[in-house]
Every structure is written in C-alpha cells, then in structure tokens.
Design a protein around this ligand. Structure first.
Ligand code: NAI
Length: 246
C-alpha cells in the first residue's frame, strides 16, 4: 500500500469503535498495517476487516493487564511487523461525585486509562527504539486539563496521561521515538451517547465553535501526530475541542 505510513505497523487500543476506530481508519488510509486491540474481541476483528487495504488484524487485550499487553505486542510483531505507531486510546468512565465514589470505580478508571497506556508503551517501546523510529499518541481529555465535577477518577487519569506523555517524550527523544497527547473535548461517540439533549445543548453552548466534535476531528490530528509531518513535534498536548480549553 502506498501512503505516508506505508510499511509501518500501527497498534490502536480501544480501536473497535468511536475515536479509536476513526483513528484506525485514517492510519489505514495512509498505508499503515493496523492492529486493533480491544477487550471486545469480536468488535476488534470486525473493525479490522472494515479497514481500507490489507494486513490489518484485531486482537483481544485488556490494556490494564501488563502480561496481556506484552503478549499482544509480541503477537502483533510476529504477524504484522514491529509496532512503530502506538495509539493509547482505550478509556472508560465511572462517574460519581467524590464523596460517593467507590474504591473500585477509582481503581478501574486509573487502571484502564493511565496504567493501560503505561503497560502498552512499555511493551511496545523496545521495538521502536531498535528501529530508532516511532510515534506514540496518547488520547487524554480536556477534563484532564480543566477538571470536571463528578469525574475525579477520569480527570486524574487523563491529567496523569499528560505527565506520562511528557516524561516518555523526554526519555525517548534521543532514540528517535516521539510521544504526544491529544486532549479531545466532547466528541459524539458511545461514551457520550448517554447524555440527554439538554446536557448536549448546554455543552454545545460552552464550546466556542458551538458543536460537539466528531471522531474524525480527533482522527485527523492523530494522523498528523503519528506521521512524518510531525517529525519535530514531541511532548505536546493538542486540544481538539472546538476551543473549549483555550
Ligand atoms: P468508546 O467507549 O466509544 O470506546 C472505547 C473503546 O475502548 C471500546 O471499544 C472499548 O471496548 C475499549 N476498551 C475499554 N476498556 C478497555 C480495556 N481495558 N482494554 C482494551 N480496550 C478497552 O469511547 P470513545 O468516546 O471513542 O473514547 C476513546 C478515548 O477518547 C477514551 O480514552 C476517552 O476517554 C477519550 N475521550 C473521549 C471523549 C468523548 O467525548 N467521547 C472526550 C475526551 C476524551
């Protein structure tokens, strides 16, 4: 396949739907072989089959489990080649006010959103360093920058991703591996589908551009950060939020 990412292997966590699937689509369009990694195995396999071009595959993996991350990166490397693009996108919410937040809801969100990105980065970085080439894109959130009542676990996990991104960027810069983050605003996906019309309307009024984002709005920025046009960009957090967090 031709394109700016031809010959590269991209691993996208949580890629079976929503933002992760939109990112998988643009990376495939640019010629990468895409590994869609998700706890929804059937969803991952189906999503991979829908991508443009050949050589894509879907895998089961819970990113919160370090052993599964190591095994998945090994399986992807064997089947599709060394991972040179890693998109840490898998994420969950377990919202409640702090006084009522259950220990398990705090732990689950930190485990998937923050530890998951650490697990995958640690599993995939050796191959990138061996190649002296790689790009890691972490999907944070405006909530990690601005905070939100009822989302202390989510906000902490997404702010943690910003610290992880900058530290990884510093640690890997001389090895030819870049690491950046995207902080999406409110994007229309299954994650936000539960919001009622009033909330969506209220949110829209707080967004300078006056509309919720689409997964493709985030995917196009991920494509830029993953690809050669961002070759001198590392350690950055790009808000893709219609102006919400400026
Ligand atoms: P979604 O809920 O539609 O998709 C999330 C995907 O992650 C699903 O395919 C799910 O099966 C997978 N996943 C969940 N736990 C996993 C685990 N332990 N291991 C592997 N895969 C797992 O969510 P959406 O909206 O597409 O969000 C994607 C990312 O973008 C998340 O990190 C989210 O926090 C972030 N984000 C979303 C925003 C939004 O408004 N939708 C705003 C800001 C950030």
């Amino acid at each position: 396949m031709s394109g700016a990412l031809a010959g590269q292997t991209a691993l996208v966590t949580g890629g079976s739907r929503g933002i992760g699937f939109a990112i998988s689509q643009v990376l495939a369009q640019d010629g990468a072989r895409v590994a869609i990694v998700d706890i929804d195995e059937k969803g991952a396999v189906t999503a991979a089959a829908r991508l443009e071009g050949d050589g894509h595959a879907g895998y089961f993996c819970d990113v919160g489990d370090p052993g599964q991350c190591r095994a998945t990166v090994a399986a992807v490397t064997r089947a599709q080649g060394i991972v040179t693009i890693l998109v840490n996108n898998a994420g969950i919410t377990r919202d409640s006010l702090l006084v009522r937040m259950k220990d398990e809801d705090w732990d689950a969100v930190i485990r998937v959103n923050l530890t998951g990105a650490f697990n995958m980065t640690r599993a995939a970085c050796r191959g990138m360093m061996k190649r002296r080439s790689g790009s890691i894109v972490n999907i944070s959130s405006v909530i990690g920058l601005m905070g939100n009542a009822g989302q202390t676990n989510y906000g902490a996990s997404k702010a943690g991703l910003v610290g992880l991104t900058k530290s990884v960027a510093r640690e890997f810069a001389k090895r030819g591996v870049r690491c950046n983050a995207i902080a999406p605003g409110y994007i229309a996906t299954d994650m936000t589908a539960g919001l009622d019309e009033r909330t969506t309307g209220e949110l829209g009024s707080r967004i300078p551009m006056g509309r919720l984002g689409e997964p493709s709005d985030v995917a196009d920025v991920a494509r830029f950060l993953a690809g050669p046009e961002a070759r001198y960009v590392t350690g950055q957090v790009l808000a893709v939020d219609g102006g919400m967090a400026m």
